[in-house]
Design a protein around this ligand. Sequence first.
Ligand SMILES: Nc1ncnc2c1ncn2[C@@H]1O[C@H](COP(=O)(O)OP(=O)(O)OP(=O)(O)O)[C@@H](O)[C@H]1O
Length: 234
Amino acid sequence: MTSALVIDSLDLHYGAAQALRRVSIECRPNRITAVLGRNGVGKSSTLRAITGINAISAGEISFGDETLRRSPPYKRARMGIGYVPQGREIFPLLTVRENLQTGYAGLKHSERNVPDYIFELFPVLKTMLNRRGGDLSGGQQQQLAIARALVTRPKVLVLDEPTEGIQPSIIKDIGRALQFLRDEKGMTILLVEQYLDFCREIADDIYVMDRGEIMHAGPAEDLDREDVRRHLMV
Ligand SMILES: Nc1ncnc2c1ncn2[C@@H]1O[C@H](COP(=O)(O)OP(=O)(O)OP(=O)(O)O)[C@@H](O)[C@H]1O
């Protein structure tokens, strides 16, 4: 089976400090891949390398038949990489509608709309279209951030800790939404997480990171292995 997104031997430096060492991850198409690890092990750096926000010092990222290494972030978004950053990064003074419209930038005129299924996934957003982003709860903002990424019509959805600081009922909604996107929309999903139970429930494949390196790759069931859990204990 061909992979939708392949990250091959990435190195990434912040000045003299090396944050990623030979990180390789293969996201199978139409599957949910979760990267797990404690604080500061390099999860966000990996996603920022994929989206092009952070430059890599070695390695290669390929997406379908394309090589991404020299593409700026806006081109990667146009190619079909949707990104939901850590902390949501919604625009607090723009309304929910305007936040969603920021996803239009790379779209053809005929595609500049919010597909109905997005409001079916997150009905609360439809009732809040005229409210400011900053007035939403953390969970609602996370749903808005996912919806904004979906507006860009991604083939691959990349999410940075989508459950962080969010109440359990909305975590369940987000988990169901991601499974719907995989099962009904054929999307490939890559997320980084610290919440093991969430990954056990929705992920197909897992990667475990420690100090900038991938220590384990396997099916989600491997989360119950002692040697895997050791890397995740605080
Ligand atoms: N802009 C930056 N400049 C310098 N060092 C950075 C920068 N961003 C991250 N780092 C360092 O790189 C390492 C990896 O950080 P990263 O944010 O990728 O980890 P993480 O696993 O996503 O952690 P968290 O769960 O806290 O977000 C850490 O040591 C961090 O301090």
